[in-house]
Design a protein. Structure first.
Length: 257
């Protein structure tokens, strides 16, 4: 009877720990981990992914349930999944910051709209970048690559008490710290162009003080900003694909692949 109980507990552990890692990934992943997807839908997706991947995963080490190592292993699986989801989510956060910087120079900070994905107010340009990146992420099968990276993580970082090490934690911190530099690179062409336009308006104000620059400048800035964003879209897709490749390469380094 004891052998049967241990077998049932081992079978339960072989399902519950992958579920914790999958749930952590879906909690922080882009698109699926946003507020627009209800928690019940995310739960169903997590269960479906767990059922699909458990037969190909290595058998975890048996641990006594509800002991210290068992609880620590469960926490480690949630941390690993959350770190993987945040790695991909960082790219979308960088786009939101870039759109906010461009919208501020265009004078669109007052025309903010609620982002249905994150539930906060995002300028119109940032919302446009987020929607474009979401469509691009789905078109290159980024969601499938994310699931594939999750399955590979169980091979290189199997279930156990030892999860992410110190080096992996620093990798995640450094990657999250690259949000600002990445967003600046995305917004730099539009910001430089709009800065030149602002300098031109400054010269006009000095040359013709009677000109109402607020009545004339804001519509011109918005129109020119839209054209500048349109002209910079040619390099947006290759740059975003490069960012997605860097994110998935970061996932491989994070899990030791």
């Amino acid at each position: 009877m004891i052998v049967l109980d241990n077998t049932l507990v081992a079978l339960l552990e072989s399902w519950i720990w992958p579920f914790f890692r999958v749930a952590g990934l879906l909690m922080a992943a882009p698109i699926i981990g946003t507020r627009s997807v209800p928690v019940r839908i995310r739960l169903v997706i997590a269960i479906a992914i767990t059922i699909a991947i458990v037969p190909v995963l290595p058998v975890p080490v048996y641990l006594e349930p509800f002991t210290g190592p068992w609880v620590l292993t469960s926490i480690q699986q949630v941390i690993i999944g959350t770190a993987m989801g945040l790695t991909i989510r960082t790219v979308f956060v960088a786009l939101e910051i870039a759109g906010q910087a461009i919208g501020q120079l265009m004078g669109l900070m007052m025309a903010s709209m609620v982002d249905p994905l994150n539930g906060n107010q995002v300028p119109v340009i940032g919302q446009f970048y987020l929607l474009l990146a979401t469509l691009l992420f789905l078109s290159v099968d980024g969601h499938l690559l994310m699931v594939q990276a999750l399955v590979n993580s169980f091979q290189h970082l199997p279930v156990g008490v030892e999860g992410l090490g110190r080096d992996a934690a620093w990798e995640v911190i450094n990657w999250l710290g690259s949000i600002l530099s990445t967003s600046v690179l995305i917004a730099l062409p539009a910001m430089a162009s709009l800065l030149i336009v602002n300098l031109a308006f400054g010269v006009m104000t000095r040359a013709a003080p009677q000109l109402n620059i607020f009545a004339v400048g804001f519509p011109i800035m918005i129109i020119l900003g839209v054209f500048i964003v349109m002209f910079t879209l040619d390099g947006f897709i290759p740059h975003m694909i490069s960012l997605f490749e860097q994110a998935f390469s970061m996932l491989d380094r994070l899990t030791g692949g």
